[in-house]
Design a protein around this ligand. Structure first.
Ligand code: C5P
Length: 233
């Protein structure tokens, strides 16, 4: 089966408070997106990459692309819409049982070993699964959704809690049908696994690493640079 990466890269990154989307900010001397694409193609050189971009993105033309089969899809309103556009672009190209690895462009520190481990752990799996990280802190469920101050409703057993990372790896046919149906039903989808779970499947959790952080806030660039340096040391 062929492997295709889908890289959603159409977010505005408003939480970064920068003059451009976060994938175009400089990390260790190169735009974040160049690190991310390089990691993916180093991990799986035969995989093709589908990059989901805003149609009027003025920064993309200045990016150096790695030597790989690259397709461009249009970004959508939400992350899941961008991913679905990427899946639609592969219609007629990908077979139903080809593997899709969705990876956030904002995770430039993902280790090539972890990507390969995800693929080798799941290649015979019926459903697929995700890189994830067991939670270290004690987890509290809040009584409401106020992000600044709230009350504890209850403590959740952290022994069964994981952070969802990317890549998230699913069969093309399964992911496309779950995502289409979940979006048509108006289900809130924040990652691919949540669509597949909603479809009645139980995706695998494969342990990843703390340094696979998603650049979200301004100081994350600083952490990412530390992680990249530590990985090379
Ligand atoms: O905003 P957040 O960090 O959750 O975005 C995760 C990923 O989804 C990023 O790589 C971002 O570029 C992408 N995204 C997208 N289309 C959107 C929103 C986010 O491709 N409409």
């Amino acid at each position: 089966n062929r492997i295709w990466f889908i890289v959603p890269a159409a977010g505005t990154g408003s939480r970064m408070q920068a003059d451009r989307p976060k994938q175009y900010l400089s990390l260790a001397g190169r735009p974040v997106i160049e690190h991310t694409l390089q990691r993916l193609t180093q991990a799986l050189p035969d995989a093709a990459v589908v990059l989901c971009l805003n149609p009027d993105d003025p920064w993309w033309p200045d990016i150096s692309t790695p030597d790989c089969e690259l397709h461009l899809a249009e970004g959508g309103k939400e992350r899941c819409d961008s991913v679905l556009n990427g899946l639609n672009l592969l219609s007629g190209k990908a077979a139903d049982n080809d593997w899709i690895l969705v990876h956030d462009v904002a995770r430039p520190c993902v280790r090539t070993d972890d990507i390969r481990n995800l693929v080798s752990s799941l290649q015979d799996d019926e459903t697929g699964g995700i890189l994830a990280l067991p939670v270290a802190d004690t987890m509290k469920r809040a009584a409401d959704q106020n992000p600044c101050v709230s009350r504890i409703e209850k403590t959740v057993d952290r022994n069964q809690m994981w952070h969802a990372l990317t890549p998230q790896m699913f069969r093309y046919g399964l992911l496309k049908s779950c995502l289409e149906r979940a979006l048509a039903e108006g289900v809130q989808i924040t990652d691919e696994a949540s669509a597949v779970e909603w479809g009645g499947y139980q995706p695998a959790l494969i342990k990843g690493q703390r340094d696979n952080l998603k650049i979200t806030h301004p100081d994350d660039l600083w952490f990412a640079e530390l992680f990249l340096n530590a990985q090379q040391a």
